[in-house]
Ligand binder design. Structure first.
Ligand SMILES: *[C@@H]1O[C@H](CO)[C@@H](O)[C@H](O)[C@H]1NC(C)=O
Ligand SMILES: *[C@@H]1O[C@H](CO)[C@@H](O)[C@H](O)[C@H]1NC(C)=O
Ligand SMILES: *[C@@H]1O[C@H](CO)[C@@H](O)[C@H](O)[C@H]1NC(C)=O
Length: 167
């Protein structure tokens, strides 16, 4: 069969690309899975495995959507822009005793904005189709090692904004 020589490679790639089991400590975005097509206004499942664990306290978790991979971000002096995207919010992992901010748990669903809409003021939107974007999570956490402020975990996963659904 034609695909057979490629099958081991494919399986290896899958194993690398699907860290679906919570490790001892995150950060893992289990949902949406990589390259999921998400439509404007669509509510989609979100599942994040926190850094929290025995000996580790996780504090707040901030969720963003960027049109560029964060690792490659450089402010553009001409446009005064680091990247474009959306801030979904800062939420509480809520795993530690005395959590002062338990009322905003990390959501299990997020809603994709419609970026084609004028936001009011001078901000105008832009239509796009099959646009790669990156859902990014920053999690503040700490352990007994003593750090200058919290440790900040980071993970991102690519999604396809206004992408063609597979079925
Ligand atoms: C998204 O929702 C807004 C507000 O209801 C609406 O104006 C817009 O047309 C919707 N966009 C799409 C792509 O359905
Ligand atoms: C978590 O975020 C909220 C809202 O931004 C803030 O009020 C709160 O102090 C934060 N909690 C911690 C432990 O950082
Ligand atoms: C989504 O893609 C379709 C097909 O190209 C396009 O007509 C529409 O304007 C796009 N919607 C948004 C919100 O960008």
């Amino acid at each position: 069969m034609l695909l057979t020589p490629l099958a081991p490679l494919f399986c290896a790639a899958l194993a690398l690309a699907s860290p679906l089991r919570p490790r001892t400590g995150g950060p893992v975005i289990a949902k949406p899975t990589a390259n999921t097509a998400i439509q404007p206004n669509e509510s989609f499942d979100f599942l994040y495995y926190s850094m929290s664990d025995y000996g580790r306290s996780a504090y707040n978790t901030s969720i963003w959507l960027f049109s560029t991979e964060v690792g490659s971000l450089q402010p553009d002096a001409k446009t005064d822009t680091l990247t474009t995207g959306h801030f979904f919010g800062r939420f509480s992992t809520g795993n530690y005793p005395g959590n002062p901010y338990p009322a905003h748990p990390v959501p299990t669903q997020l809603t994709m904005p419609d970026f084609s809409k004028n936001q009011g003021g001078f901000g105008s939107g832009k239509a796009a189709h099959d646009a790669p974007m990156y859902l990014a999570v920053f999690e503040e956490w700490a352990d007994g090692s003593g750090t200058l402020g919290n440790k900040i975990a980071y993970v991102s996963t690519p999604i396809i904004y206004n992408g063609t659904k597979a079925n």
